[in-house]
Write a protein of this length. Structure first.
Length: 351
């Protein structure tokens, strides 16, 4: 059974099945209308299979109907080996939950690249609109684009807490404030009294959250926060040692690699002389110093990001937005991994 050359239309399917176009539309949309008998539904579905009919996605979008497609847009590439290791749990969670919810996924990559950066908007057009809504990932996002998406009321969820001056942004993130306070309390319980934080110089939401958690924990114990913002690991280590620090929270895994290498160069033991805790997994956007020991070779004490769970919940939040556009924010707890780079302070350093 054929309907000639070219793209099969609903009208042709209706004619071949001997029904109205409205009946074909109801079958395609999964309607359980009593107007359609099981025999009629079977006949329409048989014609759809035999003709190879495909839904006109853009036509459905223009008519305001759901395509059952969720977009995934990443500001950074997700395929190079090191980066793929970081993003894989997010994407697995997204894929599993999208399948559970009955949605297809559409990955947006580099079509909107400009000035070396990926863009959602190309020539003023939102490329994501082919999908019903989209999940956004990436450390180096564009605040102006987020603001434009909010203004357009396009359904999107960012993986990671994000803010926009134009209105609330829906996101699923890790609770870095609580996680950093938990790490500080764990180190305090081990006997550390001079606990420092080595943060990245770039200020974004995760950095600000970690710093807020650390400063709150330090003040609870009536300690002056010791925050170091130094890109040179050797200099950062020297500053921390001058302050009598016995435990250091390190926001960047690349910087932690550098601190570890510098400690070895100075004959310092980790964790015997200095405890190190990484606040999150390896960051693919940062490279460790050339002489540093790769993170994968070290059983770091760390606060693990719930990446798979964040992907799962991002899909759930996005599907919820399609039914009710009210913005939603969700923060998930991190998991403390004790690892091998933390111990109680040596007696000579305890204060």
């Amino acid at each position: 059974m054929t309907a000639g050359s070219g793209r099969i239309t609903q009208a042709q399917v209706a004619r071949l099945a001997g029904v109205s176009q409205a009946v074909v539309s109801m079958v395609l949309n999964g309607s359980d209308s009593l107007r359609i008998t099981p025999e009629t539904r079977d006949r329409v579905q048989q014609v759809l299979r035999e003709t190879g009919y495909t839904v006109d996605i853009m036509g459905r979008r223009l008519r305001g109907k759901s395509n059952r497609i969720l977009g995934v847009f990443t500001y950074e590439s997700v395929f190079p080996s090191g980066v793929a290791d970081f993003y894989r749990p997010f994407l697995l969670g997204i894929e599993e939950e999208a399948e559970e919810q009955g949605f297809d996924l559409l990955l947006f990559t580099s079509g909107g690249r400009r000035d070396g950066r990926r863009r959602i908007y190309e020539s003023g057009t939102n490329r994501l609109r082919i999908a019903d809504g989209s999940i956004l990932l990436g450390r180096h996002n564009d605040p102006e684009e987020l603001a434009q998406l909010v203004d357009e009321q396009f359904p999107f969820v960012f993986v990671g807490r994000r803010e926009s001056p134009t209105g609330p942004v829906s996101y699923v993130g890790a609770d870095y404030v609580a996680a950093t306070r938990e790490v500080h309390e764990w180190l305090w319980g081990l006997g550390h009294r001079r606990i420092g934080l080595l943060g990245v110089t770039e200020e974004n939401e995760p950095t600000l959250d970690r710093r807020a958690g650390y400063e709150a924990a330090a003040r609870e114990h009536r300690r002056t926060p010791l925050v170091f913002l130094e890109e040179d690991p050797a200099l950062a280590l020297r500053q921390a040692r001058d302050e009598g620090v016995t435990a250091l929270l390190v926001e960047s895994s690349a910087m932690a690699d550098g601190i570890l290498a510098s400690a070895h160069d100075l004959g310092l033991g980790v964790p015997e002389d200095l405890s190190l805790v990484v606040l999150g997994e390896a960051d693919p956007s940062q490279q460790p110093p050339v002489h540093a020991v790769p993170s994968t070779a070290t059983d770091w004490s760390m606060s693990r990001i719930p990446r798979h769970e964040m992907g799962v919940h991002a899909v759930r939040v996005l599907v919820g937005l399609l039914a009710n556009p009210k913005p939603r924010q969700l923060l998930l707890p991190c998991l403390l991994h004790e690892g091998a780079t933390t111990a109680g302070p040596s007696t000579k350093h305890s204060r």
